[in-house]
Design a protein around this ligand. Structure first.
Ligand code: AG3
Length: 282
């Protein structure tokens, strides 16, 4: 046992704890409490306001699923908007699509980007230097209400709906995303652990169904988002985007020529299948 234990404070009455081999960074930024520490199982762990955001060992599951599923489903993405995502994992995966021409990322906290580049370099893996990437330090909520740019895919890689992330789960934020989606565009958002945060899934389902012709969720199990499957919310006005057969997904994925560690065409299609308790909730 190492001397220090760190326990996540996301849920009341249940949580995960990590041994802390060393603290690499701990600071109250202008927006939140940011901590990066080393753990023997998950490598470097980044926490914001007491909640695990990402770890070196299991980040690929979340970042591949939140990126490749909408991009492959759309089939002709040129412009992507990332909300949040300061650790750079989503940006890295988006940049792997050679056919994408422009990426705007709106992150509220410059220090998350700076510290992730310094202490979690394999997350962005150089993507912050990609000439297609335009990084805006600003509130994602304001950005989607005011920008005159439009996008084919919007990925909201936020914290949970407490603190700075809270506005990114409101109906006004989703309406803002809708106003800057191109026809045929897709919005995906991280929506928490389905079993533990069922109310958040239910709220998003209601808000999406009032705005978009098609809304649903897909999922993946991410070890450090404990409590079961992580729900990713999905919205578009094109139902066909999430009804692709595996042969079409495979053909597009092969054409993209990307090597993944979690995402496969079979997982893409299967990830839209939801357990009954979640179907009841949405
Ligand atoms: N975004 C997802 C945070 C998930 C929070 N944890 C939870 N609900 N158990 C983190 C940023 C990754 N790029």
């Amino acid at each position: 046992m190492s001397e220090r234990q760190w326990t996540e404070t996301l849920y009341t009455g249940y949580g995960q704890s990590f041994s802390v081999d060393s603290v690499l960074f701990e600071h109250k930024t202008d927006h939140q409490h940011l901590m990066i520490f080393e753990n023997q199982v998950f490598g470097r762990v980044m926490a914001l306001d007491g909640v695990v955001q990402t770890t070196e060992r299991d980040e690929f599951i979340y970042h591949e699923m939140l990126t490749h599923v909408p991009i492959i489903a759309h089939g002709a993405v040129k412009r992507v908007l990332i909300i949040g995502g300061g650790d750079g994992g989503i940006l890295r995966e988006v940049c792997r699509h050679a056919s994408i021409e422009h990426i705007t990322q709106v992150e509220i906290d410059q220090s998350v980007i700076d510290m992730a580049i310094k202490y979690l370099p394999s997350h962005s893996a150089g993507a912050y230097n990609d000439i297609r990437a335009n990084i805006v330090i600003s509130d994602g909520f304001d950005f989607v209400q005011t920008t005159d740019q439009t996008f084919d895919v919007i990925i909201s890689d936020s914290t949970d709906p407490h603190g700075p992330g809270e506005v990114l789960f409101t109906k006004d934020f989703y309406a803002g995303c809708q106003r800057c989606l191109n026809p045929g565009g897709i919005l995906v958002t991280q929506n928490g652990v389905a079993f533990m945060q069922t109310d958040e899934v239910r709220n998003t389902a209601q808000r999406f169904s009032r705005l978009f012709k098609d809304s649903h969720f897909y999922s993946a199990a991410v070890p450090t988002y404990v409590g079961g499957i992580m729900a990713f919310a999905w919205a578009s006005d094109t139902p066909a985007h999430r009804q692709l057969d595996v042969a079409t997904v495979r053909q597009r994925w092969q054409a993209a020529g990307i090597k993944s560690r979690y995402y496969t065409p079979d997982i893409h299609v299967a990830s839209f299948a939801l357990p009954e308790y979640l179907m009841q909730a949405i």
